[in-house]
Design a protein around this ligand. Sequence first.
Ligand SMILES: [Zn+2]
Length: 101
Amino acid sequence: MKLYVLLALPVITVLFACKNSSDAKAVETAHKDSATVTKPKQPFEGVAFASKMDLACGMMLSAGVTDTAHYKDKIYGFCSKECKEDFLKTPEAFLASKYRK
Ligand SMILES: [Zn+2]
């Protein structure tokens, strides 16, 4: 039971942090996942992303990718269209923050 909460909380938090336009759907998905404890179907499974996270909001792509962007021959995954558009406005800035660590 405690594990379910630990799994679901970060997903919900991140989805809201991303200003996902389909909040209701996102919560529903997270809820369903926490109930079944199975990995959600990844529409982009097998795609080699250049980063393990959504560079716009920092969400791990393992939590779900709904959009991708190609930039300099690399593929970047994003949790939402908004994040992708944010990234494409200033890709260099997002990439710089990624490699700053
Ligand atoms: Zn995002």
